[in-house]
Each structure stands twice: as structure tokens, then as C-alpha cells.
Design a protein around this ligand. Sequence first.
Ligand SMILES: [Zn+2]
Ligand SMILES: [Zn+2]
Length: 68
Amino acid sequence: MMFTENSGMSSSTISLPKCSCCHRHVMPNDKSVKFNCPNCGEDLIWRCQSCREAARNYTCSSCNFQGP
Ligand SMILES: [Zn+2]
Ligand SMILES: [Zn+2]
């Protein structure tokens, strides 16, 4: 007997950063920006192109600081 222990379509390990506004993956060819949180300086904030154009607010995952 042969069993293939395959737990379906598990999440592939992609190391794309996530936009801090819409939480979608930031594509490398996006005109995205990244910067450190102006409040705590700990977290790296990513903003994708569409969030920049829409001027959405971001939230720091370290200190919950919200900024434009
Ligand atoms: Zn976004
Ligand atoms: Zn912060």
C-alpha cells in the first residue's frame, strides 16, 4: 500500500511583503513604498500602489499607530 501524506493545497511559502493598508501582497513591480513606522520605528509599513493613490490609512502592527 502506498499512502501519500499530502495535506492538500497548503500555503506555499511566498515571502512577499503585505500592504499595511489593504493586507494584500505587494507585488515587486508595484510602485509601492515602504518606511518605518513614524511612531515606534519598529514596524516596516508597506503601502501598495493602489493604497497610495487612494491615500488609505495604514496601521502599524506593532503599536497600532494609524497614519496617512
Ligand atoms: Zn494596499
Ligand atoms: Zn508603530
